[in-house]
Design a protein around this ligand. Structure first.
Ligand code: SF4
Length: 431
């Protein structure tokens, strides 16, 4: 009986995540085949809550692009965009998307529909230039939501503070403009009760996501923030505000609670608890992770799980009695948090180090995402000054296999673990 229960629960999140992912791309494929309307959005501030009210299928070009790398065909897309004139050193996600558009939406997981509108935030400056490409290609409306960030790292304002309330009203006014635009594009009237329903599902997802991340403080850790975490992020973004998304995250939380209660870890022999800063190396994703797990190292958390969930890690829950005001507050807090997790990674890492019993920090700046990578070296120095923790600084890319050297990575990672082992040994003998 016990064995049966374990078989039903453990691993369910990864299996169901793969199914939902397939389902999502089937919807996109069908939308493309029928020339249906679709919205192009980004992981930091997708505005899914509004778009779901209008039943607009959401396309996340960042996720499409990373999927080409995971499926080992990213180089074909990158070469095509570079031949078309895009520079080798700009964001690889943009270039893969440009090639995808030039191919009429052909993607390894199905056909991607053209955009009817694009919604972006200022969380990454590349978003804004990327939106301009679609504007030129398709003549669509591009809506840029300007979300005020922190004025200074670690200095946060909250509900009730004058500057926060001003920022919240500023975001709210823009959300009302977005609603009008969606009405024009779809020809449908906005339905506030449908927004409440969508926000209710988003609340469940946020609540569970926060709890799932906290549950990984368990020893042994329950999931790998790099590999399993990427699956969870896919569902978190693609199914945000949907019933399926809410059910998935409730199930995932149940799975993690079960694993925690029964001491079921992601590794059979967890030796080192790591935190990851940067963006994963998708061109050799599985192998990259193995370079750590082969030493008994596992990622218990990452700044990626924070910013690529658009700040969902904070678990903000909407007040359904004042849906639009509360949406503005949630967007402001969450997107601000996502930006802080990129621009002040040392502060996010300190928070993780203080509560996850971490042995080492892995910094992985990547060539083609400057937004996340710029400042990582300084962040590392600041972290070393505030927390005496071992760290490793490697370089790779999330798309471009030409700048990924597995042999070099392995040398650095092996040396790092040898140092960690020596440090642990010293600690044991002096304890
Ligand atoms: S520069 Fe980085 S954060 Fe910005 S779109 Fe590209 S991968 Fe995403």
């Amino acid at each position: 009986m016990e064995k049966k229960l374990t078989e039903g629960i453990v691993g369910r999140g990864n299996q169901d995540g793969a199914k939902l992912f397939k389902q999502w791309f089937e919807l996109l494929n069908q939308t493309a085949e029928t020339n249906g309307l679709a919205a192009y959005v980004f992981v930091m501030g997708s505005m899914a809550e509004i778009l779901q009210v209008f039943n607009l299928p959401m396309v996340f070009p960042e996720i499409n692009s990373l999927q080409t790398a995971v499926r080992r065909v990213a180089h074909e897309y990158l070469n095509e965009a570079e031949d078309y004139g895009y520079s080798p050193d700009i964001c690889g996600y943009v270039k893969a998307d440009v090639a995808l558009q030039l191919r009429g939406g052909n993607h390894p997981m199905g056909r991607i529909p053209k955009p009817a509108l694009a919604v972006l935030t200022n969380a990454c400056n590349t978003y804004i230039k990327w939106g301009e490409i679609w504007e030129r290609m398709y003549g669509i409306p591009v809506f840029v939501l300007d979300v005020p960030g922190s004025r200074q790292g670690g200095l946060l304002t909250f509900s009730g503070d004058v500057s926060f309330e001003n920022d919240r009203r500023y975001v709210e006014a823009q959300i009302r403009e977005l609603i009008t635009l969606c009405e024009e594009v779809t020809g449908k009237k906005f339905d506030i009760d449908r927004l409440r329903e969508v926000q209710g599902y988003a609340n469940t997802m946020n609540r569970s996501w926060k709890r799932i991340l906290e549950l990984n403080q368990s020893r042994p850790s329950l999931f790998n923030a790099l590999t399993d975490g990427t699956i969870y992020l896919g569902v978190f973004n693609g199914f945000r505000g949907l019933k399926e998304g809410a059910e998935y995250f409730q199930d995932l939380q149940e799975e993690m609670e079960y694993k925690a209660a029964n001491g079921i870890g992601t590794l059979t022999d967890e030796k080192y608890r790591l935190v990851f800063a940067g963006v994963p190396c998708y061109p050799i994703f599985r192998r990259f992770n193995e370079l750590f797990t082969n030493w008994g190292g596992t990622f218990v958390n990452s700044t990626y799980l924070w910013f690529a969930s658009g700040g969902g890690n904070r678990g903000y829950e909407y007040d359904l009695d004042r849906p639009i005001e509360s949406l503005a507050e949630g967007v402001l807090l969450s997107v601000r948090d996502a930006m802080n997790s990129m621009f002040h990674q040392n502060l996010a890492l300190e928070e993780i180090i203080d509560s996850y019993d971490i042995d080492g920090v892995i910094f992985n700046p990547i060539k083609s995402c400057r937004t996340v990578s710029t400042g990582l070296a300084d962040g590392r120095r600041a972290l070393m000054a505030s927390r005496g923790i071992s760290s490793l600084f490697i370089e790779s890319d999330m798309m471009d296999r030409r700048v990924v050297s597995e042999a070099q990575l392995k040398n650095r990672i092996d040396a790092f673990f040898e140092g960690l082992a020596a440090r642990k040994q010293r600690e044991l003998t002096t304890a």
